[in-house]
Design a protein around this ligand. Structure first.
Ligand code: MG
Length: 389
């Protein structure tokens, strides 16, 4: 198998929403299309990758470092010697040649985009949906055919008000979701508590079906003030209270917040994940880890992160990746994670899962089509066509 073409482009996912830290008015993603020949019967196979929302496109790193290394590599350096298929782990080493360790800035996003496309290719070449390929390669062969998902929304919007927030959440329940998430930290505590109360009402008073997300906004005092106010509610989780790299802040919150907490979407390497588990005070019996494989060097690195978890005594069921994309959904079902984030109606067409597959009782089924399943989303395929043809 030989890589015959690699195309790279930037696509907008701009919208008017904002969380406690950023707005999305200029948000974009990198997209790649990789074509290989010589798979199985010699037919060409095309794979697609893109990065997740919340980090910007990485055209510079892709075109200056990552893709030239891949282009310069021999077919043998990229191939699994047994199957002849492109090997994402070998490709990862090629892409990361001459990169210093540490400083896991946004090169992890660039590598993750290419890694996604390569896994799409491998699964298509083996004519399997990615979740089944992953269960066969890395598990006992039993992939789950659905995954738990929750609806992440509740962004700040000046025009929405409490009734708009309630309507938004009712809409998610109507779509089949059982659990929802909303933003906090972009308004004073008293106002956020009113917003939370409004959403809990929609959830029939069951706060365990609501997660809240501060997007790393709080200093220690504010994080503690929110922890004290939120703890009696018994929410599903309290997400990313402080800076993602402030492990001491995270650790000190456990004293004030016995219910579940969640974090990890802004940690981009297995070494950072290891530090979080070592120093963040997280509790393996209840807390949730949200590393996003598309943002953090792809699935090759995510497998290393799962090894770190295993050695630290954490179940992979505690993982619910950030991002709301089909790649993480396939990984969740194939590797037995706890579930996956979902952003109904936001970040389209990159976000969301197979068209015509409803969420039922908080779970979504995986498609049977080979690869990651992008071909089950015509609007996404149309966009790929416009970018590259
Ligand atoms: Mg978050």
């Amino acid at each position: 198998m030989r890589i015959v073409e690699v195309r790279e482009a930037t696509a907008s996912i701009a919208s008017g929403i904002r969380n406690a830290y950023i707005d999305f008015s200029t948000m974009d993603v990198s997209v790649v299309r990789i074509t290989v020949d010589g798979a199985g019967d010699g037919r060409p196979v095309v794979g697609y990758g893109f990065n997740s929302n919340g980090r910007y496109a990485q055209p510079g790193i892709l075109t200056h470092r990552i893709l030239p290394r891949q282009r310069a590599a021999s077919a043998a350096a990229l191939a699994d010697p047994e199957s002849g298929l492109v090997d994402p782990a070998r490709a990862w080493s090629v892409m990361m040649a001459n990169e210093k360790p540490g400083g896991h800035g946004e090169r992890s996003v660039a590598v993750g985009v290419v890694d996604m496309a390569l896994w799409d290719i491998v699964a298509k070449a083996e004519e399997k949906p990615l979740h089944r390929l992953l269960a066969d390669r890395f598990g006992d062969g039993s992939a789950e055919d659905s995954a738990w998902v929750y609806a992440a929304g509740g962004y700040y919007d000046p025009d929405k008000g409490l009734s708009g927030l309630r309507d938004e959440m009712r809409g998610y329940l109507d779509l089949g979701y059982r659990t929802v998430k909303m933003k906090i930290g972009g308004a004073p505590l008293a106002e956020d508590l009113r917003r939370i109360e409004a959403v809990v009402e929609v959830l029939d008073g069951d706060a365990r079906r609501l997660a809240v997300d501060a997007n790393g906004r709080f200093d220690l005092d504010t994080a503690i003030a929110y922890a004290k106010a939120l703890a009696p509610l018994g929410l599903r989780w309290y997400e990313e209270p402080g800076d993602p790299l402030d492990y001491a802040l995270q650790q000190s919150l456990a004293e004030y917040y016995p219910p579940p907490m969640a974090t990890g979407e802004n940690l981009f390497s297995h070494q950072d994940a290891r530090n979080l588990l070592r120093y963040g005070g997280l509790r393996p019996d209840r807390d949730v880890l949200q590393f996003d494989p598309a943002l953090s060097y792809g699935l090759v690195e995510y497998l290393r992160t799962l090894e770190v978890l295993d050695r630290a005594g954490w179940s992979r069921r505690r993982c619910v990746p950030h991002g709301g994309h089909q790649f993480a959904l396939a990984i969740a079902a194939g590797l037995g994670l706890g579930g996956n984030e979902s952003y109904p109606g936001i970040f389209a067409p990159f976000g969301g899962f197979a068209d015509g597959v409803p969420v039922e009782d908080g779970r979504v089924r995986l498609p049977d089509s080979p690869g990651i399943g992008f071909e089950t989303k015509p609007a996404l395929m149309d966009l790929f066509g416009r970018l590259f043809d």
